[in-house]
Design a protein around this ligand. Structure first.
Ligand code: PNS
Length: 173
């Protein structure tokens, strides 16, 4: 039987529990899962790509069964998929609002390479409203992220955002 490889692409700036939940759901489905972090110079990110790779590698760890690799890519996703020998793209669908963007991407990827299939997966209900941008916003405004991001992400958010958050608080006083 041939190896079932899937690619889970995204910005992961930063990875949160919704992403991690999806990775865990993929483990029984594939032999190999490549978590692919987009290198996008045009998009301003909080975490560098290297830092995002480091965090994700720290979190996905070794388990029996599905091998999870963490790589970065630039250019077209379908080209990266050829490089790693994958035909399946995994994407999370949280709400109806995600659908249009996701459907557009899936159709474009299929047009670029008809062998590529996109598999949509629903995360655990409690992560349905979770996004990386909300994580950054809530953290910078002092909100509680318990249960929404893993500890290594929380520690790095503190390192990156707390100096700014406390400056803003001082200005508001
Ligand atoms: O987490 P994101 O930002 O929603 O992920 C978007 C991502 C990385 C999946 C998408 O932007 C992507 O695949 N970019 C690579 C460029 C590409 O292949 N574009 C054409 C297909 S839509």
């Amino acid at each position: 039987m041939s190896e079932r490889t899937a690619v889970y692409p995204g910005s992961f700036d930063p990875i949160h529990n919704g992403h991690l939940d999806l990775i865990e759901r993929c483990r029984p489905m594939y032999d190999r899962l490549v978590v692919a972090v987009l290198r996008n110079e045009a998009k301003r990110a909080l975490f560098s790509v290297d830092e995002r790779l480091e965090i994700i590698r720290e979190l996905v760890g070794e388990r029996r069964g599905c091998v999870v690799e963490v790589e970065s890519f630039s250019g077209l996703l379908v080209d990266f998929m050829d490089e790693v020998g994958a035909r399946i793209v995994v994407r999370g669908l949280r709400a109806v609002t995600d659908f249009e963007y996701e459907f557009q991407m899936a159709m474009m990827n299929r047009r670029l390479n008809p062998r590529v299939e996109t598999v949509f997966m629903a995360p655990k209900e409690e992560y349905n409203y979770l996004s990386s941008s909300l994580v950054k916003e809530v953290f910078s405004l002092g909100g509680d992220l318990t249960g929404l991001v893993p500890d290594p992400v929380l520690a790095r958010l503190r390192r990156h955002l707390e100096p700014h958050a406390s400056k803003a608080a001082r200005r508001a006083e």
